[in-house]
Write a protein of this length. Structure first.
Lengths: 593, 377
C-alpha cells in the first residue's frame, strides 16, 4: 500500500534530515574537512603527520614516512627474533579494545548459556538487566569501579577481611578492561541469549533422532545460529571499546590514553587540527569496520521463525544437584558476576553514605543540595548540574522523539527508504561523542558564515542537539520493531473506512506502539542524562555542566575531600535516574532491536 | 458490458509484484446489489483482485470502476468501499463499539453517529458485547464486529476477504447464512473471496473461478457446477470424474485411452479424430452389484430412464468414504479411478456395475482457457 503518503510524512522526513544535517552531518563533515585541508587547500599533510608520527603509530610510522624501508625493516625485525613492537597510540587503542572484547566475550558467553539453558527464579529479571549498560552513564561506571576496586574500595576491604591484599588497580589496564567488560559482556550475553532462545528445538531433536550426539547436534544445529550473534556482539564491543572515552579517562588517565582520550586532550589544549585529524582517522576506522560488518550481516539469512524453543533445565533440582560440577561452575560464575557487576554499583551507593572510616554520613548529599556551595571558580556546582541534566533530558525528548518516529516510519516502509533509514540509524553509532562534540564546537559554537550571516549555536541548544543525535536512534530502534509488528491490515482497514495515511499513524499505529514509544523515550532520556563525551566539550562554562561532567570533575579534583564522597553521592543520584529509565524500558517494554 | 451505475467494473486489469504477475488482463462486471464471489486455490490472485478494487494494491495496467466512476487512481479512503479482512483487523486498542464507530468520523451520514453504531450492532446481534475489547470477543463475534465496522459508513461496495476461514466449520456455515441475509437486506454490492468452492456455491449470485491470475469461468453457482467450462473448473468445483479421450467414428464415439469408450453427447459437433475431455459428476452415477442387485437396496435393476438410455460400465470398489448422508465410493474402471456418490443403505463392495445417463456426460472445452463463459446472466 501507500501510493500516497500524504504531506505530513514528507514534512517530517524533511525536518528530520535538516536537523541531522545541521547538528550531525555538517559538524562531523567539518572534522573530516579539517583533517584533509591546510589553509583551505586540500592536503594530506595533517593525516600524514599523524600517521607518520611514531607517537601515534609506533613501528608502523615508517609505512608513511619511509615506505621503501619497510621490507628491510621487517627482515631486520625477524632476524632479531621478532621482538615485541609498539604501534603507538593507535596500536595501544586497538590492543586494549581487543583485550576488552576478549574479556567481554569470556565473561558474557557463560551468561548466555546459563540464561538460555537453565530455569531459575530471577532468570527473566537477569535477562532484562542485561540492557542496563545501555542506560548506565560510563562515567558513573568509572566512579563505581573506583569505589569498588580503588585502594580504599569495597574489594580491598573484602580482601583485607580474609587477610589478603591490598591490590592496587587504579590507573591500570586491568581496571580499564574490566570496566569495558562491565559494559559489553552484558551485550554479548544479551545477543547470544536471544539467538540461543530462537534455536528451534525441533531441529535439534531432528538431528538427535537422525543419530547425532548432543555435542554433535550442538555443533551442527545450535552453533551455526549462535556464531552470527557472537560476531555481532564482538564487532560492536570492539568498536565501542576502541572509542571508549570516560572510562579510560577516569580509570586510566593520560598514562593509558587511547585515541579518544588523547583527542580530548588535544581539544583541551586547543590543538584543533590535530584533534580533527585524529577524529577523522578514528571515525573512518570504526565506520569501515561497521560497514564491513553490515555487508556481512546483510548476506546472512535469518533462520525461519522458531516454532518451539529449547527447554531449560532447573538450575537447582534437589540438594544433590548442587554438587554437580556443571552447576558448581555456574555458581562460581555467579560469584564473579556479582563482584564484577553488582560490586561497583553497590560500592557506589555504600560509599555515598559512609565516611572513609566507615561511619554513616549524609554530608555528601547535603553537599549536592547546597546551591551556593562556595567552591573555587571554575569548579562545577552540584545542584545546577542536576537541574541541567534533567532539563537537557527533557529537551532531548522534544527533539529525539519526533525524529525517532519519522525514521521508524520510513524504516518500516521497506525498500530504498528503509535502507537509507538503517544507514541514518547506524552512522551515529560509529561516530564518537568526542568527534561529534568537536565538530559541533567548530561548526556551530564557533559559528558558520552562511549568506553573510554569522550563525552560532551555543550552550544548552548545542548540548541538546548533540544529545538528540545520540538518542534518536534508540527511539527508532525501539519503535521500529513495534511498528513492524502492527498488522498491515489494521492500517488498511482504517484506510478503507476513510482515514488518510497520517490519520492511520495517529489513530492506529502510534497508539499500538505506545509502550515502545515510552520505552524509547526512557532510553533517549537516559542517554541524554548520561551523555558525557560531547557534553564535556560543549559545556563551556560551569553553567551548562551536567551530572556526568560534574562527576568527572569530582573524581579528578580531590580538593573537595580526601575521598570519592561527593562523586559517589552524585553518582547515586545519576544511578537513580537511569534506574527509573531502565524500569520504564523493562516494564513498559517493547522489544529492542 | 459496464454497469451504468452501481456495481464494480474491472477492465483488463494486470497487477505485477516485481517479477510476479498476480493478475493478468482480468475483466469483470459486477452488478449493483449482486453477491459476487471470487473462488480459487491459494495464490490464484483472487485476494489481489479484491485488494485492487479496495485501492490497497495499485494495478500495473487496467481500470477499476466503482459505482460507475473511474476509481483507479483514488486512494482507499475515497473509494466508498467497506473491507472485512481474514484476520478481522479489529483495532485492538478500541472497544467493539469504537471499532464500529471509527469510520463514521470520515463520513457525513444523515443520522447521528451513535444511532448508526447502535443500528449496526443490532444488525449483527452484538449489542451485548459492544463495550468489550477485541481480545475479549470470540472469533465469530470479531468477524461480525468487523462486518459491522465495514458497513457502518454505508459503503457502495462491501469487500470480504476470506472472512470465515479462521472459524470452525459449523460457525462458518451459520455466519455465511447471516452474511448473505444481511447483504440481501441492505442490497449492497458485495465481492467475496474464498478458497472454499462449497461456500462459494452456497452464498453467491454469481461466481468467478480464478486460476493463475486469470478468470477461468464466470457464472451462476448452478451454471458453474453443472456446466464447467474447463477441466480446471470441473475438478475444482465439487467432486468430478474427468476423462480425456478421442472422438472416433464408431460406437460410443469417445475412446478413452484406447481401452474404453463413452458416448458423445448429441449436441456436440466435434469431428472424428478430435481430442475431447468430458466430466461426469459422482452423484450422476449409480452403483449396482455385478450380479444385478442394485446396491442401494431398492431391488430395481431398471434405470428410470429405461435400460436403453443408460450407460453401464464394470468397475471394482477400492475404498469407501462414509459421508453421513451418502457414501463416496472410489472405484477402478479398468485402470482409471472413478468416483461415485450413492445414498444406498450399505456400502457397495467388490465388483460393481456403474450406470449413468448419456446426458450426464459433459464436454469440457479442450484448451486450457475457456472459449466463452457459461451461465452469464
Amino acid at each position: 500500500m501507500g501510493r500516497r503518503d500524504g504531506w505530513a510524512l514528507w514534512v517530517g522526513v524533511a525536518a528530520t534530515l535538516a536537523t541531522l544535517v545541521v547538528v550531525f552531518y555538517y559538524p562531523v563533515g567539518r572534522v573530516f574537512a579539517d583533517a584533509v585541508a591546510v589553509d583551505g587547500q586540500l592536503s594530506l599533510a595533517p593525516i600524514r603527520s599523524v600517521l607518520g608520527d611514531p607517537f601515534y603509530t609506533g613501528a608502523a610510522h615508517t609505512l608513511v614516512t619511509d615506505p621503501a624501508a619497510v621490507p628491510s625493516g621487517v627482515v631486520e625485525w625477524l632476524a632479531a627474533g621478532a621482538p615485541a613492537v609498539e604501534f603507538g597510540l593507535f596500536g595501544f587503542t586497538a590492543y586494549q579494545a581487543l583485550l576488552s572484547t576478549l574479556v567481554s566475550v569470556l565473561v558474557g558467553l557463560p551468561g548466555a548459556y546459563v540464561l538460555s539453558r537453565f530455569e531459575f527464579p530471577g532468570r527473566r529479571f537477569l535477562r532484562s538487566v542485561t540492557i542496563l549498560p545501555f542506560v548506565l552513564p560510563s562515567i558513573l561506571v568509572a566512579v563505581g569501579f573506583l569505589a569498588m576496586f580503588g585502594r580504599t574500595g569495597l574489594f580491598n576491604d573484602l580482601l583485607g577481611a580474609v587477610g589478603l591484599g591490598p591490590v592496587e588497580l587504579t590507573f591500570t589496564l586491568e581496571i580499564v578492561v574490566l570496566a569495558h567488560a562491565f559494559y559489553n559482556a552484558p551485550l554479548v550475553t544479551r545477543l547470544v541469549t536471544a539467538a540461543w532462545e530462537s534455536v528451534d528445538a525441533d531441529r535439534v531433536e531432528t538431528a538427535r533422532t537422525l543419530g547425532a550426539s548432543p555435542v554433535r547436534a550442538f555443533r551442527d544445529v545450535t552453533l551455526p545460529q549462535l556464531l552470527p550473534a557472537l560476531a555481532t556482539a564482538a564487532v560492536l564491543t570492539f568498536v565501542f571499546t576502541f572509542m571508549s572515552f570516560p572510562i579510560v579517562l577516569a580509570l586510566g588517565g593520560l598514562e593509558l590514553a587511547t585515541v579518544e582520550v588523547w583527542l580530548f586532550a588535544r581539544v583541551q589544549s586547543l590543538d584543533l587540527t590535530e584533534a580533527a585529524t585524529l577524529g577523522a582517522i578514528e571515525t573512518a576506522l570504526s565506520l569501515g569496520l561497521l560497514y564491513v560488518y553490515l555487508r556481512y550481516e546483510a548476506r546472512r539469512t535469518e533462520p525461519g521463525g522458531a516454532s518451539r524453543g529449547l527447554s531449560r533445565r532447573p538450575l537447582v533440582d534437589g540438594v544433590r544437584s548442587l554438587v554437580d560440577p556443571l552447576r558448581l561452575a555456574v555458581f562460581a560464575y555467579g560469584a564473579v558476576v556479582l563482584v564484577l557487576f553488582a560490586g561497583p554499583l553497590v560500592s557506589l551507593v555504600v560509599e555515598s553514605v559512609t565516611t572513609p572510616a566507615g561511619q554513616p554520613t549524609g554530608d555528601y548529599y547535603a553537599f549536592l543540595l547546597a546551591r551556593q556551595a562556595s567552591t573555587a571558580s571554575g569548579t562545577v556546582r552540584p545542584f545546577p548540574a542536576v537541574v541541567n541534566s534533567l532539563l537537557f533530558g527533557a529537551g532531548t525528548l522534544l527533539v529525539a522523539i519526533p525524529m525517532g518516529i519519522v525514521v521508524a516510519v520510513v524504516a518500516t516502509r521497506g525498500g530504498r527508504g528503509s535502507r537509507a533509514a538503517e544507514a541514518l540509524l547506524t552512522a551515529p553509532l560509529a561516530v564518537s561523542g568526542i568527534v561529534l562534540g568537536l565538530g559541533m564546537l567548530q561548526a556551530l559554537v564557533f559559528g558558520t558564515t552562511l549568506f553573510g550571516q554569522r550563525l552560532t549555536v551555543t550552550g544548552p541548544v548545542a548540548i541538546v542537539a548533540a544529545h538528540a543525535v545520540a538518542a534518536y536512534p534508540f527511539v527508532s530502534r525501539t519503535v521500529t520493531p513495534a511498528l513492524r509488528s502492527v498488522d498491515d491490515s489494521l492500517g488498511e482497514a482504517a484506510r478503507s473506512l476513510g482515514a488518510d495515511r497520517a490519520t492511520v499513524l495517529a489513530d492506529v499505529e502510534l497508539p499500538l506502539v505506545a509502550p515502545a514509544l515510552v520505552a524509547g523515550a526512557a532510553f533517549a532520556f537516559a542517554i541524554s542524562v548520561g551523555e558525557f563525551d560531547s557534553t564535556v566539550l560543549l559545556s563551556t562554562g560551569v553553567d551548562t555542566a551536567t551530572m556526568p561532567v560534574a562527576l568527572e570533575r569530582y573524581v579528578g579534583d580531590r580538593s573537595l575531600g580526601p575521598n570519592l564522597g561527593p562523586a559517589t553521592a552524585m553518582g547515586t543520584v545519576l544511578l537513580a535516574v537511569t534506574t527509573v529509565s531502565f524500569v520504564l524500558i523493562d516494564r513498559v517494554g517493547g522489544r529492542w532491536e | 458490458m459496464t454497469s451504468a451505475d452501481g456495481g464494480v467494473d474491472v477492465d483488463e486489469l494486470t497487477v505485477r509484484f516485481g517479477d510476479v504477475e498476480a493478475l493478468t488482463d482480468v475483466s469483470l462486471s459486477i452488478d449493483d446489489g449482486e453477491f459476487f464471489t471470487l473462488v480459487g486455490p491459494s495464490g490464484c490472485g483472487k485476494t489481489t483482485l479484491l485488494r485492487t478494487v479496495a485501492g490497497l494494491e495499485a494495478p500495473t495496467a487496467g481500470r477499476v470502476r466503482i459505482d460507475g466512476r473511474d476509481a483507479t487512481d483514488e486512494p482507499p479512503e475515497e473509494r466508498g468501499v467497506g473491507v472485512v479482512f481474514q484476520n478481522y483487523a479489529l483495532f485492538p486498542h478500541m472497544t467493539a463499539r469504537e471499532n464500529v464507530a471509527y469510520g463514521l468520523q470520515f463520513h457525513d451520514l444523515p443520522e447521528p453517529d451513535d444511532q448508526r453504531v447502535t443500528e449496526l450492532l443490532d444488525l449483527v446481534d452484538l449489542t451485548s458485547v459492544a463495550d468489550r475489547e477485541p481480545d475479549q470477543l470470540s472469533g465469530g463475534q470479531k468477524q461480525r464486529i468487523a462486518l459491522a465496522r465495514a458497513l457502518a459508513p454505508k459503503p457502495d461496495v462491501l469487500l470480504l476477504d476470506e472472512p470465515l476461514s479462521a472459524l470452525d466449520a459449523s460457525l462458518r456455515k451459520r455466519l455465511r447464512v447471516q452474511i448473505r441475509s444481511i447483504q440481501r437486506d441492505l442490497d449492497i454490492t458485495t465481492v467475496y473471496v474464498t478458497h472454499d468452492q462449497a461456500e462459494a456455491l452456497a452464498i453467491s449470485d454469481r461466481v468467478a473461478v480464478v486460476r493463475d491470475g486469470r478468470i477461468e469461468q464466470v457464472g451462476t453457482p448452478e451454471g458453474v457446477y453443472r456446466e464447467p467450462a474447463t477441466r480446471f473448473v470441473a475438478e475444482f468445483v465439487g467432486d468430478n470424474n474427468v476423462f480425456d479421450g478421442v472422438v472416433t467414428g464408431t460406437g460410443d464415439r469417445i475412446s478413452v485411452d484406447g481401452t474404453a469408450t463413452l458416448p458423445l453427447p448429441a449436441e456436440t459437433d466435434l469431428s472424428t479424430g478430435a481430442s475431447v475431455t468430458v466430466s461426469v459428476r459422482p452423484e450422476a452415477i449409480s452403483v449396482q452389484d455385478r450380479d444385478g442387485a442394485q446396491a442401494d437396496g431398492h431391488g430395481s435393476t431398471v434405470d428410470e430412464r429405461g435400460p436403453g438410455a443408460a450407460v453401464t460400465r464394470s468397475a471394482t470398489v477400492e475404498t469407501v468414504e462414509y459421508l453421513g448422508d451418502a457414501y463416496r465410493v472410489h472405484c477402478r474402471w479398468d485402470d482409471r479411478p472413478i468416483t461415485v456418490k450413492t445414498d444406498s443403505a450399505s456400502p457397495p463392495e467388490g465388483a460393481v456395475s456403474l450406470g449413468f445417463a448419456p446426458d450426464a456426460i459433459h464436454v469440457l472445452s479442450n484448451g486450457d482457457r475457456p472459449a466463452a463463459t457459461g451461465g452469464e446472466r
